[in-house]
Design a protein around this ligand. Sequence first.
Ligand code: SF4
Ligand code: SF4
Length: 287
Amino acid sequence: MKIAIASGKGGTGKTMVATSMAAALAPIHNIQMLDCDVEAPNAHLFLNPTINEIKPASINIPTIDYEQCILCGQCVDICEFNALALLGDKIEVFEQLCHGCGSCSIHCPVNAITETPRKIGELKFGTFNKNRPFLFGELTISEPMSTPIIRQLKSNMKDDVEVTILDSPPGASCSVVATLHDADYVILVTEPTPFGLHDLKQMIGVISETGSLAGVIINRDGIGDSAVEDFLSKNGYPILMKIPYQENIAEGLASGKLLIDIIPEFEDAFLNLYEMIKEQIHEEIYH
Ligand code: SF4
Ligand code: SF4
């Protein structure tokens, strides 16, 4: 089972939820944790995994053999990302725009294009609590594309675990869709403010694309108004948990503590949440 934790914007408490859920489940369930927020991974700061393998993450970009190239321009026309241009008597490759899809090399009529790997970041593999797998990716600063590294990270997931927790990037972009697309359940983390409601609506739009079951955790409960709860009740999304707005939570998180260490009652709350999610998935499959 794959459970993804997502939020419309950063700083909503997504990683707080993902890391505390992982830490609560790890002692008794066979879990793995993936931090897919490759532009700013920070789940490792809370779960302190031991990293034992680092691999480059790369995409294949075209290299043109100018001896062979007949300047037909087919590769330029086929590239949806404007990563190729015919400039004078040369095909220019704009490496940072290339998504590594391979279409240009497939369509070159004279096989003048070969593919060369270009490193865009790193994949890091390790373990936390009782040797549970912990995987995360780090996109190189200034690299624009996080989706390929997320796909590569996910292709290294283990299949023989009971549950995988995926900490999604913030926002509602392609990288979020790449994280959520095969999730059985998505936990959306929001806060009871107009901004929270705005981002929640965006995320629900993404969920309707991926078709995952979803429920909502309200963080910083007690600030703002009831508009988020009203929206959820009207649209049939369950409130899975409320996390109160308390200074000691913010202080604890800032010093690298898990929510379940700051407020130990949340350990049982996350274990119960997992059982509730399992039930919802079971009901969806068998009813
Ligand atoms: S590999 Fe794909 S994205 Fe990159 S230049 Fe070729 S067609 Fe464009
Ligand atoms: S498709 Fe091949 S031959 Fe045509 S311009 Fe591109 S590299 Fe050159």
